[in-house]
Design a protein around this ligand. Structure first.
Ligand SMILES: C[S@@+](CC[C@H](N)C(=O)[O-])C[C@H]1O[C@@H](n2cnc3c(N)ncnc32)[C@H](O)[C@@H]1O
Length: 223
């Protein structure tokens, strides 16, 4: 993502009044500048036209990145953090992002109805293993021929990157940015087997860029 795109998106998260809280602004600016997440996801969705369900959407940065990239796909974000969902909804409305909606939802207990593409970005590890398996099965069933399942996650392994990812997730919880602690890190082989069993072809590639984390991009579609 260009520096100009990152600045423009982050500016939308700056407080309306000069004395307001600038945390979301600095967080989004540094994430967009340093993390290859959104370029990877935008590439994976480019050329599709199906609506996007963003599970664990946080502030809804994906909606901004899609519009900035000229991808006018209808967007629905769900997340169990009510405060982030409210801020995400307000900023999207203030920014004039059309065809976007946000909803509070706990993915450990509830899964939305949807037909189209699904994004699950840095979220899977916050669900217990059984809930992850259920979510992946349901997400696979949401895809039609024109859509993709796009996920990014830290995979379970014993590399230095794996350890740094686990520490980073725990630190995010300790400082209060993440309400919950990670529950289970999936491994590449079982993830791939599960998605293939659901009739999808799967591509798993590194997506950590210059960050120290063990992040991988998973793109799946009907085979
Ligand atoms: C690291 S953030 C990623 C946010 C967003 N996907 C992104 O890439 O910017 C993880 C998100 O998952 C959400 N989350 C964690 N457990 C969840 C659950 N059980 N149901 C819904 N959302 C959850 C958190 O509230 C948080 O917003």
């Amino acid at each position: 993502m260009s520096a100009e795109d990152a600045r423009a998106i982050a500016r939308a998260f700056a407080p309306v009044r000069p004395w307001g809280n600038r945390w979301d602004y600095y967080y989004t600016l540094s994430k967009l500048r340093s993390d290859p997440l959104y370029p990877g996801v935008l590439d994976a969705l480019r050329g599709t036209r199906a609506p996007v369900l963003d599970m664990g959407c946080g502030l809804g940065l994906l909606a901004h990145a899609l519009r900035r990239d000229g991808q006018h796909l209808p967007y629905r974000g769900v997340d169990n953090d009510a405060a982030k969902v409210d801020r995400g909804r307000d900023v999207a409305a203030r920014s004039g992002l059309d065809a976007t909606c946000f909803e509070r939802m706990d993915l450990a207990t509830t899964l939305p109805e949807h037909r189209g593409s699904v994004a699950i970005l840095d979220v899977l590890q916050y669900l217990p293993a059984a809930a992850q398996a259920h979510l992946l099965q349901r997400a696979a069933a949401m895809l039609d021929d024109d859509s993709r399942l796009v996920m990014r996650m830290a995979l379970a392994d014993h590399t230095r990157r794996g350890r740094i990812s686990r520490l980073g997730d725990r630190a995010a919880h300790l400082i209060g940015w993440m309400q919950f602690r990670p529950r289970h890190y999936p491994d590449a082989d079982s993830l791939q087997a599960q998605l293939q069993q659901a009739g999808l072809s799967v591509r798993i590639t590194p997506l950590y860029g210059r960050t120290p984390f063990n992040n991988w991009l998973v793109v799946a579609q009907r085979s």
